[in-house]
Ligand binder design. Structure first.
Ligand code: GDP
Ligand code: MN
Length: 348
């Protein structure tokens, strides 16, 4: 595995300047991006936005992970765009591939069926490896082991408002372990037996289920069935220590054994979300209402004109997805005894 620091990083003579231009303590944190070389120009747009809206003042590191070697152009361009140190890692074959217990014929049959049914990414092998990697392995990559906090960034996202404070520090100061900006319902066809697996896990490991959990976010009937609500994991700020802990480890291994990453098309979003909702107390999950964000096809634009003016936001509040019937954010607020932000109805 290539864990060497990247050759395009700032020289030792100047690197002290980029340690942080923002006063105050830095967290042990990094951005993390899973990408292919061909994602270069789309991830470049994302990096530019993250740097302009936040990281130019904080200079957090950025870890790039890939199942193939990153090429020189990818490293050169992304290093030029980032203000912190950059690291480029190749994912080992033990974390990107079919585990031994998967029946290849059965998996292939499912992909063919999903192709016929036109289920999004239903026929893709690489998408399944990606979902499994994001679900169970990115936080174990050697380049990630030194960090306590991660912020996931995908290609082609947008940040519409300034982020004038450190969300990593917010997470640490407020004892949060997982966070989101958008939530929605998952396609049922991609996860028909995920809830069965989760139910099995809970019966086997009741010690990992938090007392004050968010089961009501996931289920409308006290846990019998899954309502398909999940936090959208293309944006996440979270605790790596939590993901590397015993609870999440037992959870992922249990799900992985059941084979749904390959016999269905389980996404890392419902997998992470269910873990957070069941194994963390409610108040360790945070909704970043103030982080204005886009990933195709949904937008989160903060409610309240003055907030948007102060944040130099460039999103149209009418594009905000939160109070749309397909969003689960209203349910999240209900579960937490909160109401929608004041003035939301005027900005529909
Ligand atoms: P979507 O958001 O669900 O439509 O999926 P994306 O195409 O955005 O993929 C999710 C993340 O995984 C993005 O950061 C991609 O760059 C990355 N990704 C997807 N497939 C692969 C792959 O085969 N190899 C690598 N290295 N990264 C991938
Ligand atoms: Mn994406």
């Amino acid at each position: 595995q290539d864990t060497s620091p990247n050759p395009y990083a700032s020289s030792p003579a100047t690197s002290h300047l980029t340690s942080s231009t923002n006063a105050g303590p830095r967290m042990n944190a990094t951005f993390v991006t899973l990408a292919r070389n061909s994602d270069l120009w789309e991830i470049s747009r994302s990096i530019r936005q993250v740097e302009d809206r936040f990281n130019h003042a904080f200079n957090y590191d950025w870890v790039f992970l890939n199942d193939a070697e990153f090429d020189d152009t990818f490293k050169k361009v992304t290093s030029a765009l980032t203000s912190g140190k950059t690291f480029y890692g190749k994912i080992g074959s033990e974390h990107w591939g079919f585990p031994s217990w998967i029946d290849q014929d059965r998996a292939k049959k499912v992909r063919n069926e999903m192709r016929e049914k036109k289920i999004i990414y239903g026929d893709s092998v690489s998408y399944r490896h990606m979902c499994r990697y994001e679900s169970g392995f990115f936080f174990h990559h050697p380049l990630m082991l030194n960090y306590e906090w991660y912020w996931r960034v995908e290609p082609s996202i947008e940040l519409y408002c300034d982020i004038p404070y450190d969300p990593f520090k917010f997470m640490a100061d407020n004892k949060k372990k997982y966070s989101f900006v958008l939530s929605l319902y998952e396609y049922v066809e991609t996860i028909p037996t995920l809830w069965d697996s989760v139910t099995k896990f809970m019966a086997k490991h009741p010690e990992h289920v938090a007392k004050d959990n968010s089961m009501a976010f996931l289920s409308n009937d006290g846990g019998k069935t899954y309502n398909h609500c999940h936090f959208w994991s293309n944006f996440e700020i979270g605790s790596l220590l939590w993901l590397r802990g015993q609870g999440y480890t037992d959870y992922f291994n249990s799900l992985d054994r059941d084979g749904g990453f390959f016999y269905e098309r389980w996404g890392d979003a419902p997998v992470h979300s269910i873990a957070a909702a069941l194994m963390l107390p409610k108040d360790e999950i945070h909704w970043f209402e103030d982080i204005a964000y886009y990933h195709v096809p949904f937008t989160h634009c903060p409610t309240g004109e003055q907030k948007r003016i102060d944040g130099k936001c460039h999103c149209n509040p009418k594009d905000n997805f939160d109070w749309n019937g397909y969003s689960c954010t209203e349910k999240y607020l209900q579960v937490n005894g909160r109401s929608k932000p004041e003035g939301w109805e005027k900005e529909q």
